[in-house]
Design a binder for this molecule. Structure first.
Ligand code: NAG
Ligand code: NAG
Length: 257
């Protein structure tokens, strides 16, 4: 009986000495493209010696710290990861110039020296957003409209994740659902961005101020255009049509003669 107690005591004591805990990782949950991020790995060796600290993004190792090596730090080439070695150490790693490719699950893995080589890990996700400074693009407002013809315009904005779009007419938010045409989102040509497009098909009046507002979190981009609808523009468009028809007729005549 006494011996069992002794063994149990010894086992629990032994367990404590070989134990290693990663108390936690500090990974920012959300960053903007171009910003820097400091990731922290807080561990408790409980008496032992540190063998290595390794950092992974989506299971790909990008940084390790091994006190026995000279230099102790080493960074691996991983797409979207730029480690600032001067600001990195055993307990933190500093990432420069984040891009959309930097988003992912970050894991810190800590190992102790021989003989235990015990290791522990913790992980957290970092999201990276990008909302370019450019204003949304409005199209369809520059062509002439004939009186009574409804407005038919589009607004597009590039961002990641897709931005929410709103139309405003003369300062009033359009809430009439039948006027709004959600075209959804599509991948942009570059940089991993998404393009959201919202159409507006609304009754027109002679002078309209149209604003498209793109929202992402607390960020906002806006484009305002003025649409003028008057009879002079209609006359011009009509005149052009007549001329084109005349031209066709003349050529037709030439062939017959
Ligand atoms: C608006 O966008 C949709 C989808 O891309 C397109 O089919 C439509 O022709 C566009 N309309 C205007 C007025 O630009
Ligand atoms: C509409 O009329 C105004 C003058 O009344 C003129 O300056 C403007 O150019 C016209 N707009 C178009 C699109 O023809």
């Amino acid at each position: 009986m006494k011996r069992t107690v002794l063994i149990l005591y010894f086992l629990s004591y032994y367990k404590v000495t070989i134990c290693l805990r990663v108390v936690g990782v500090t990974v920012p949950a959300l960053k903007q493209r171009g910003e820097a991020a400091t990731l922290g790995c807080d561990f408790d060796l409980e008496g032992g010696k540190l063998y290595s600290v390794k950092w992974y993004r989506d299971n790909e190792e990008f940084y390790r710290f091994m006190p026995r090596l000279r230099p102790p730090q080493h960074a691996h080439k991983v797409d979207g990861i730029k480690v600032d070695m001067d600001k990195s150490s055993a307990r933190r790693v500093h990432l420069k110039e984040l891009s959309l490719k930097s988003r992912g699950l970050y894991r810190c893995e800590v190992s102790k020296e021989a003989p235990s080589f015990h290791s522990a890990q913790a992980e957290a996700f970092m999201e990276v957003n990008y909302f370019p400074r450019e204003s949304p693009r409005v199209s369809g407002h520059e062509r002439p409209y004939s009186p009574g013809e409804p407005l038919d315009v589009n607004c597009s904005a590039r961002s990641f994740p897709p931005a929410e779009l709103q139309w405003h007419i003369d300062g009033q938010k359009v809430s009439e659902r039948s006027w709004l045409i959600p075209y959804g989102t599509q991948p942009a040509a570059s940089q991993g961005l998404m393009v959201s497009t919202l159409g507006l098909r609304a009754p027109a009046h002679p002078l309209m101020q149209l604003s498209c507002i793109a929202l992402m979190g607390t960020l906002r981009r806006e484009r305002t255009v003025i649409v003028e609808i008057n009879s002079s523009s209609t006359k011009k468009a009509f005149g052009l049509t007549v001329l084109t028809l005349l031209g066709v007729n003349i050529r037709f005549y030439d062939k017959i003669l």
